[in-house]
Design a binder for this molecule. Sequence first.
Ligand code: DER
Length: 241
Amino acid sequence: VEAAKRLAAFAAVDRHVGLKHKIIGIGSGSTVPYVVDRIVAQGAQANLGRVFVPTGFQSKELIIKAGLVLGDVDQYPKLDVTIDGADEVDDQLNSIKGGGACQLREKVLAEAAETWVIVADYRKNSKLLGTNWTQGIPIEVAPFAYAKVLTNLADMGSPATLPSGKPGLTLRMGKMKAGPVVSDNGMFIIDAPFPPELMAKPEELLHKIKMLTGVVEVGLFCNMARAAYFGNEASRHTHTH
Ligand code: DER
């Protein structure tokens, strides 16, 4: 799988990060480190004058450790290109994101970029969202509103338990922390699975969830990606809009 991640990341950088791309958004997760490796490999000359905007703590540390120039979205509200991972991508390039609880800043930088590109290994490419990523749509909510939003999502059809018997609709709890996961923005994350008939219309579902008062951002990215690069063990395979 690591080779597949690397293949996808290298292909995306080679295709979408050229000398004219100066303001570059770097996403979160375990695939984007290969994106940074490939950009560093373009050499000091190519990276002269470039600024790299992070999508969260992990992404910021990645940029700093790579010795690249860190920029802030306050200074650079328009980016040339942002490259990010995803938890699952369908053939229309809609994606579930937020496995790493960074989806608010990721979506801000996806929207602020001229070009937004997804990099992922072959496990992430599905015909229908929710097929492989079964834990649900990550939804960033204001702590004050999480209980109300949970009831709203249950009313919308998000099940309390999955067919596998695993918990369905849940407030995401910390592993080594008593209490819920808190995002870089001080918000909670709800994971909300939905039945296939609702997941088949991701944009409709996105808008319904986004309108719930207390929801800050939804881990469904629709009509945003210019391309998605999926590495697999043998070769890379890409989708373009
Ligand atoms: O949370 C996210 O959307 C991240 O991009 C992440 O889930 C990507 O997954 P990866 O670690 O397989 O790249």
